[in-house]
Ligand binder design. Structure first.
Ligand code: PLP
Length: 399
């Protein structure tokens, strides 16, 4: 049977301790043991089903992790305090001093800053490549490379990674292919295409309420056990643990993700087509003009569409700022970073979420000053939204 990520979430059945339809929230940081021996065995990692301390794991975190693993088709998963709290331990778990990472150059600014500025202090260096040019990806690999890192759909340029081909390269050179799937949950299932590890910032579409930060690493049982190891696990020792109260609330939001993604995609596709027809430079993977439209189409789970993210280029930062301020004044969305909210969110990435990337590198990768990144909301009447956005653009002389 074809992989159906939303079914996999729905098929999970958890009950609360009193038969509640939601699992009980584990409101404890520590757990008792009936015998001292079991406590010792748990420390040694030999007591399955026993909880020790909530930085290691908690029932609520395990419920959410299992639901996300079911969605991504991995053996298991571990949830973390933020998306960066998922990315950083995965890199540090796989790389020692002297090791090397090959990463897409168009990635979230925080991930870029970690690889560019932080890990070199630990002797881990990164080559940043154009992920759409497979020959430059392969050329950057050295005998010390351990990880090939990319985003399925990149932040903010919406470049699409050819996960199947990247997985083949990773396999050939014995690397782990780590894919950040934050921009395309449900639409793209990286492990079915050969990725080894899938990461999400739960902060975005998956939670969908812009009320928390959160993250997840989905992968093999061996990887997740390693990350949680009390002696050497980067997730356990760096301590970016999600709180149980929060994982319970993210789990509840996860159940409507499939409906939300369909509406985000429908609305984004509608606006992208209209904007492009109006003559705006528009980037959206659902448009035939997107250089990787065919590739996205070949990888996607059709029903969930091409996602809720699009960009337009209005020519200058001043124009971008004026448009965003006017759209906010007219209640068409919020001038805010982040994504996946019910309201449309917009920001100019060059001066916000990608500002960690030096100007000359922004230019080289095509990140221009006038670029506006939209996370399209769940608007019930997208035609009205379009008309109002169009009149803002006309008023400001953008159209
Ligand atoms: N990955 C992507 C693609 C992102 O856009 C972000 C944040 O914007 C992150 C990771 C980091 O996630 P968090 O802010 O939850 O740490």
């Amino acid at each position: 049977m074809a992989f159906k990520p939303a079914n996999h979430i729905q098929d999970l059945q958890y009950f609360g301790e009193f038969g509640g339809v939601n699992p009980s929230i584990s409101d404890s940081s520590t757990y008792t043991f009936l015998s001292a021996k079991t406590m010792f065995d748990t420390f040694e990692g030999n007591a399955d089903g026993c909880y020790l301390y909530s930085r290691h794991s908690s029932p609520s975190n395990l419920y959410l992790g299992e639901a996300l693993a079911a969605m991504e088709g991995t053996e298991t998963a571990t949830v973390t305090a933020s998306g960066m709290g998922a990315i950083t331990p995965v890199i540090l778990q796989h790389c020692n001093a002297g090791d090397h990472v090959v990463s897409s150059r168009t990635i979230y600014g925080g991930t870029y800053a970690f690889l560019k500025n932080f890990t070199p202090r630990l002797g881990i260096n990164t080559s940043f490549v154009n992920i759409t040019k497979l020959e430059s990806v392969e050329a950057a690999i050295t005998p010390n490379t351990k990880i090939l890192f990319c985003e399925s759909v990149s932040n903010p340029l919406l470049e699409v990674a050819d996960i199947k081909c990247l997985a083949a390269i990773a396999k050939k050179h014995d690397l782990k292919l780590v894919v950040d799937n934050t921009f395309s949950p449900l639409s793209i299932s990286p492990t079915t295409l050969g990725a080894d590890i899938v990461i999400h910032s739960l902060t975005k579409f998956i939670n969908g309420s812009s009320d928390t930060v959160g993250g997840v690493v989905c992968g093999s049982q061996e990887l997740i056990d390693d990350l949680r190891n009390v002696n050497s696990g980067a997730a356990m020792l760096l301590g970016a643990t999600m709180d149980s109260m929060r994982s319970a609330s993210v789990l509840k939001n996860l159940r409507t993700l499939h409906i939300r993604m369909m509406q985000h995609s429908y609305n984004a596709n509608y606006l992208a087509e209209k904007f492009e027809n109006d003559g705006l430079k528009t980037v959206y993977p659902g448009l035939a003009s997107h250089p990787s439209h065919q590739l996205f189409t070949s990888m996607m789970n059709n029903k969930y569409g091409y996602g809720g993210m699009l960009t337009i280029d209005v020519g200058s930062l001043d124009k971008a700022n004026a448009l965003m301020e006017l759209m906010q004044e007219r209640n068409l969305g919020y001038l805010a970073v982040s994504l996946g909210f019910y309201k449309t969110l917009f920001s100019a990435p060059g001066s916000s979420t990608s500002s960690e990337i030096p100007e000359e590198e922004q230019e080289a990768m095509g990140l221009s000053d006038g670029l506006i990144r939209f996370s399209i909301g769940l608007d019930a009447d997208i035609e009205r939204t379009y008309k109002m956005m169009n009149s803002c653009m006309k008023e400001l002389g953008i159209l």
